[in-house]
Design a protein around this ligand. Sequence first.
Ligand SMILES: Nc1ncnc2c1ncn2[C@@H]1O[C@H](COP(=O)(O)OP(=O)(O)OP(=O)(O)O)[C@@H](O)[C@H]1O
Length: 356
Amino acid sequence: MSITASINLQRGSFQLEVKLELPAKGITALFGRSGSGKTTILRCIAGLERVNSMSLSVNGDVWQDEQLFLPVHQRALGYVFQEASLFPHLNVERNLMFGYNRVAKAQRQICFTETVELLGLSSLLKRYPEQLSGGQRQRVAIARALLTSPRLLLMDEPMASLDQSSKAEILPYIERLHASLGIPIIYVSHAIDEVSRLADYMVLLEQGRVLAQGPLQELLTRTDLPLAHSANAAAVIKARVQAHSDDYISELQLADGQCLSISQQNIALGTEVRARVLARDVAIALAPPQQFSVNNCLAVTLLEISDDPNPGHVLLKLALSDQVLLSRISRRSLQRLALQPGQLLYALVKAVSLDL
Ligand SMILES: Nc1ncnc2c1ncn2[C@@H]1O[C@H](COP(=O)(O)OP(=O)(O)OP(=O)(O)O)[C@@H](O)[C@H]1O
């Protein structure tokens, strides 16, 4: 099952021409610079734009094609905007009930109490929007959208108007939607750290065109795309929390049995997590170094060496079992170590430089 869309639209001098084939589960990020067309795509999917040439089907159901145009209210979707647009005269509970009551009982697929718990709203139900922080308001907006039992949830930079601490507060709730709900989410963002943390799949947009679409980990590390060559280029490594040690280090287990040590995290053992590893934080050795402060020394295979925008730097693509790591090193080191694709190497990563 998938979500497929083909959109052709002209607005002033801006032309949007995209074909999307998205998985009907998990979080898909629409990622691109300001003005690349992300919001316009969401609006088209929601039926808010009249487009001359567009088709859209969600899990095999046609919502739009040459003959058919389902109006917004007939598209089973939830929409969360940058700013939560809650009714100021209704308390949280009644704001939520507003979404919930819009759906006939027989069609409700989402339980009120579970949604309230999922988004941590139990203690806020009697409060009015003006008594909530920005992050809390957004959690209410997300819950309200979910309570309409959508088949698709659209989120347009839901954290853009939040400060750093509110972002940190709301992120785990959005992450949880993943595991707890079967509803696919299309998530617009231009923040790569946010996308790396949340998305499973990514559409890379540039000036109204799709530059690439595919699984997040693959697109982040494709050396023919700009992400891998940006200053903050990073790979996402999936691992499971295996142990918390007394010396404030948490051990993450990778699929091949190797371990990644990171600064201690307050996460339950067994949880699957993502570590974001910046290319510039990964050093290379031909053999495991001795008497060295770096905690992580991972056995990897060199897949590819490519030029980087800085002529003094090169980018190495490394296989870490079935995942990929990036390392940015100096051209001088590349020559000094005489690195060649296929070589077995050791990737050195400081525990303190790893982010979850
Ligand atoms: N009605 C319109 N008339 C003319 N131009 C438009 C119209 N609507 C959108 N555009 C243009 O389309 C382009 C894409 O806009 P859109 O809001 O989709 O981009 P975006 O990637 O979501 O950007 P941002 O990250 O800044 O929200 C922009 O250049 C915008 O100015």
